[in-house]
Ligand binder design. Structure first.
Ligand code: NAG
Ligand code: NAG
Ligand code: NAG
Ligand code: NAG
Ligand code: NAG
Ligand code: NAG
Ligand code: NAG
Ligand code: NAG
Length: 398
C-alpha cells in the first residue's frame, strides 16, 4: 500500500507517464486546420503500359480558408475488418466547437445509410475497386454490389451486417453524377469509363458512423497488406476517381496535397487496438506519407458496436470522437453535438496545426479565389483555359 507521501508522487508519475506514452482518449481534436495553398492539376489519366500521367505545368488548383483543402468535396472510405451499420453526412451554416451553442446552427443531414433499413438510404453511392485493372493506376472504381467488394452494373445498397475483411475496401460518394471529366469542372479529370459521382461538399460538415471492427478471423500471412487494420477515412474525391493507388504519383492529386484525413485508422499490426487520426496535407508537414498525427488514440472495441464521427467546424477545428449517445436523425441540434464534444473534454487530445500560407502568383486566375467553385469559374473564363483545352484535346488524340 502506498504511504501518504508516496501517493501524490505516484499520481504525479503516472500522469507524467500518461503524457509521454500514447494515451487512450474519446476525442482527438486538431485546431487551426486549413491553409492557403495549391495542389497539382492532373491533366490526363491513362493507365497504359508506360504509365503516362501529366500534371499541368502552368497552373495549379488553389485552395484557402478553414479546413482547406479538406473543404473540397470528399469521398468516404472503409477498410476491413469492418461492418458499417449507419453512415450519415451533415452540414451546418455555422458551427463553433469551442463556443457556446448560441453561436452555432443546427446540423442538417444530407446523406444517410442505415443497414437495417436499406430502403431509407439517400444520397449515397457505394463503390469499390473492382473495375479495369492497370499496372499504372491499379484497379478502377466501379459500383459495389451488396457485399461492398464485388462489382455491380448499377448503384446498389449494401445489405445488413455486411462484413468486409482485412484489405477489403469500399467507398461512399454522393449520388450526384459528375460532369464530364475536365480540368475545368468540379470533378476534375477522372479515369475513363468509371461511374463518376461527386464527393460530399462543405466547409462545415460532419460525418457520423455506427460500425463494428471485429478481430480478423483469417490467419495472418504476407499476402495481406493491412491485416486486422480497419480504417475509416476521407479523401479529396478526385483521388479515387483518378487513381487511389497509382505507381506514378502524377496520376492523382494525392501526392501534391489535395487532401486526406484519416478518422479512425489502425496504423500497423502492433497497434491493432488503437484508432488514430491523421492529416495528410502539407499544413506544417513535409512528408505527406507520414502526415500529421497525434500519439493519442481512440480504443477499437472488437466486441461491440462503436458510434462516432468527425466534425469540421467553422473555425478550422476538426474533432474526431466516439460517444455512447448519438442519433442519426435528419436534423441534429448544435447543442447535442456540443454536449458530446464537451462531455469528452477531460478525455481528449489536442494539437494545433501550424499556420502556413503558400504564396503564389496565379497566372490564370484574376483576383483572389474565395472558394473552390469560384476558382473553377475563374479558370473557365481565363485565356489559359482555352489553350489548355486545346492541349487536352491533343492528349486525348495521342
Ligand atoms: C509528371 O507530369 C509532368 C508535367 O506534365 C511531366 O513533366 C513529368 O514527366 C511527369 N512525371 C512522370 C513521372 O510521369
Ligand atoms: C439522390 O438522393 C436524393 C436524396 O435521397 C434523392 O432525392 C435524389 O432523387 C437522388 N438522385 C438520384 C439521381 O438518384
Ligand atoms: C444491378 O446490378 C446487379 C448486380 O450486378 C444485377 O443483379 C441487377 O440485375 C442490376 N439491375 C439492373 C436494373 O440493371
Ligand atoms: C447530396 O450530397 C451532395 C454533396 O455534398 C449535396 O450537395 C446535396 O445537397 C446532397 N443531396 C441532398 C438531397 O441532401
Ligand atoms: C472480445 O473478442 C475477442 C476476439 O475478437 C475475444 O478474444 C475476447 O475474449 C472478447 N472479449 C470480451 C470481453 O468479450
Ligand atoms: C504503429 O503505429 C503506432 C501508432 O498507432 C506508432 O506509434 C508506431 O510507431 C507504429 N509502429 C511501427 C512499427 O510502425
Ligand atoms: C501480420 O503479419 C505481418 C507480416 O507479414 C506483420 O507485419 C503484422 O504485424 C502482422 N499483423 C498482426 C496483427 O499480427
Ligand atoms: C434504422 O432502421 C431501423 C429498422 O427499420 C430503425 O428501427 C431505426 O430507427 C433506423 N435508424 C434511424 C436513425 O433512422
Amino acid at each position: 500500500m502506498l504511504s501518504n507521501i508516496a501517493l501524490p508522487l505516484y499520481l504525479l508519475l503516472t500522469s507524467f507517464i500518461a503524457k509521454t506514452t500514447a494515451t487512450e482518449v474519446d476525442q482527438i481534436w486538431f485546431a487551426n486546420v486549413g491553409f492557403n495553398g495549391y495542389y497539382d492539376i492532373v491533366e490526363h489519366v491513362a493507365g497504359n503500359s508506360k504509365c503516362e500521367c501529366y500534371i499541368m505545368e502552368d497552373d495549379h488548383s488553389y485552395f484557402e480558408g478553414s479546413n482547406a483543402p479538406l473543404n473540397e468535396p470528399l469521398s468516404v472510405h472503409f477498410r476491413g475488418p469492418l461492418i458499417l451499420h449507419k453512415f450519415a453526412y451533415y452540414t451546418s451554416d455555422a458551427f463553433y466547437a469551442d463556443e457556446s451553442s448560441s453561436s452555432s446552427s443546427d446540423w442538417t443531414r444530407g446523406a444517410f445509410y442505415n443497414d437495417s433499413d436499406t430502403s431509407s438510404a439517400s444520397n449515397v453511392t457505394f463503390m469499390t475497386h473492382e473495375g479495369d485493372s492497370s499496372d499504372c493506376l491499379g484497379k478502377a472504381i466501379c459500383y459495389a454490389d451488396d457485399t461492398g467488394i464485388g462489382a455491380a452494373d448499377n448503384a446498389t445498397i449494401l445489405t445488413e451486417d455486411t462484413l468486409i475483411k482485412s484489405d477489403d475496401e469500399f467507398i461512399i460518394f454522393s449520388n450526384i453524377s459528375c460532369p464530364d471529366s475536365s480540368v475545368y469542372d468540379t470533378c476534375g479529370v477522372y479515369r475513363e469509363g468509371i461511374p463518376a459521382y461527386e464527393g460530399f461538399y462543405g466547409d462545415v460538415k460532419m460525418f457520423l458512423f455506427e460500425f463494428e471492427a471485429p478481430t480478423e478471423t483469417q490467419t495472418n500471412s504476407s499476402s495481406f497488406s493491412a491485416y486486422d487494420m480497419p480504417a475509416i477515412w476521407l479523401l479529396n474525391s478526385k483521388i479515387p476517381r483518378q487513381s487511389q493507388y497509382p505507381t506514378n504519383s502524377n496520376c492523382s492529386c494525392w501526392a501534391s496535397g489535395c487532401g486526406e484525413f484519416d478518422i479512425f485508422e489502425v496504423l500497423n499490426g502492433s497497434t491493432t487496438g488503437k484508432f488514430v487520426s491523421t492529416f495528410h496535407t502539407f499544413q506544417g508537414v513535409s512528408n505527406i506519407e507520414t502526415g500529421l498525427t497525434q500519439d493519442a488514440y481512440i480504443a477499437r472495441e472488437t466486441n461491440s458496436t462503436m458510434v462516432g464521427g468527425v466534425v469540421f467546424d467553422t473555425n478550422g477545428n476538426t474533432i474526431t470522437f466516439m460517444t455512447d449517445s448519438l442519433t442519426f436523425d435528419d436534423s441534429i441540434s448544435a447543442s447535442d453535438i456540443l454536449d458530446i464534444i464537451k462531455d469528452n473534454d477531460d478525455d481528449e487530445s489536442v494539437k494545433t496545426l501550424s499556420s502556413v500560407s503558400v504564396t503564389y502568383t496565379a497566372t490564370s486566375i484574376t483576383g483572389t479565389t474565395t472558394s473552390y467553385k469560384n476558382e473553377v469559374a475563374n479558370m473557365y473564363n481565363s485565356r489559359l483555359a482555352s489553350i489548355a483545352s486545346f492541349l487536352l484535346v491533343l492528349f486525348n488524340i495521342l
